[in-house]
Design a protein around this ligand. Sequence first.
Ligand SMILES: Nc1ncnc2c1ncn2[C@@H]1O[C@H](COP(=O)(O)OP(=O)(O)O)[C@@H](O)[C@H]1O
Ligand SMILES: O=P(O)(O)OC[C@H](O)CO
Length: 497
Amino acid sequence: MSYLLALDQGTSSSRAIVFERSGRIVAMAQQEFAQHFPQPGWVEHDALEIWQSQRATAQAALRQADLRAADIAAVGITNQRETTVLWDRQTGQPLHRAIVWQDRRTEPFCAQLRAQDLTPMVRAKTGLLIDPYFSGTKLKWLLDHIPGARARAERGELAFGTIDSWLIWNLTGGAVHATDVSNASRTLLFDVQRNRWDEELLALMEIPPALLPEVRPSSGDFGRVMAAHLGGEIAIGGVAGDQQAALFGQACFQPGMAKNTYGTGCFMLMHTGRQFQTSANGLINTSAAQTTASPEFALEGSVFVGGAVVQWLRDGLQIIPNSGAVQSLAESVPDAGGVMFVPAFTGLGAPYWRAEARGAILGLSRGSTQAHIARAAIESIAFQSAALLQAMSRDAHAAGSAPLQELRVDGGACVNDLLMQFQADLLGIAVVRPRVIETTALGAAYLAGLSCGVYAGLDELSAQWQAERRFEPSGNRAQAAERMAAWEHAVRQVTAA
Ligand SMILES: Nc1ncnc2c1ncn2[C@@H]1O[C@H](COP(=O)(O)OP(=O)(O)O)[C@@H](O)[C@H]1O
Ligand SMILES: O=P(O)(O)OC[C@H](O)CO
């Protein structure tokens, strides 16, 4: 009865993982689903496909583990954040495809808000910047563009949710419409210090409050999965946005501890305890997963295209058969041969915040090959992450905190040793990969396990964390600084317009 089932609904795939109490993975099932790109800069998902793939992987993981619902102590949910779903409370049908976090369609409205000098107010309440990344303007777009939607929303007929809420709603058969603080903190509608939806922000985005889910701590009661889905009822005991879940799964509970997740995007988070610390260097402040009703925070840097650049090499350029093949192709040359890849496919996130920028491959010469482009693509993931760490270090220094000693890493692309070594070389600190790299799912399992008594407290979880490999920095700092300068020069070229 002490197994935990984590549902990890990511941007590229839905995954379900069964964990033992020790954090060991017993079974895992995964399904990729379709990405829709209706216009340049737009990204959509089919919310029903998300739900069906998530349900199917949960069933498959249980089957694989040869376990029944009664063997699972609790379910934890973690999810791609900000992605916005609007559905009919009566039929459970979405009114539109989900607008994905990477989608930039609301930039004109965001620009209007920024021009009205609303950034300081928004930042003080939400910890965020005004950017299409966050859910609020996406929800406004849906209400503005779906005929009759706003009136129906006002009558209480519709529900809004990020992917966690959408999954909870479906898992509980429409009995629970809730989210957790870490997901709510990504909407641009939530006051993170007071832990509640904010009337002024709701009015600004013209969002009827009747649409909103109830906000709960990340560990606790989120209802029960209906027996029809997994063969028996199971309590949903933990919910968190995937990046806050990964911070939790990496046992970064103390202020100053940080992790970087290399998934579709890259997300570096540093726990700042109960301290709401705004960034002077292009980072955002976000709610960390909360096990109690008290707010806890993290500084975050979000890179929009991380591992997705490898997907593009696979699907767009078609120079590799699968993501794993990128390492050998990149290693077949000693360096990128002067090629610099800025993968601003959907603009640039932190610390640049340039929604309008688009990607570029620079420095091509007659001798450039697929391998140089692949290597430059891998390096671009590390360059973007290094820019985040630089910003975070400046913020930490300004707050009087000690510099970061090491960076814990996780996510699908952290299996790439070439990337991890290049990352350590650029950062000048050790990059540490844990035994369980599925830390996002592990964090959700931990949150669920805490709420149902499988774990007594955080110390137990800290003790479970184990390193698999440390990548120590090689090369000298002058060389790393030169490389970063070349990267920043390339960024200036794509943002110069
Ligand atoms: N060996 C590898 N080297 C670099 N990137 C990889 C490798 N394997 C997978 N990836 C990338 O990792 C991403 C998937 O990571 P994952 O953590 O599953 O993402 P998400 O949670 O966003 O769905 C994909 O973008 C994929 O291209
Ligand atoms: O699906 P991932 O792992 O790339 O994470 C997406 C983030 O939650 C977006 O903010």
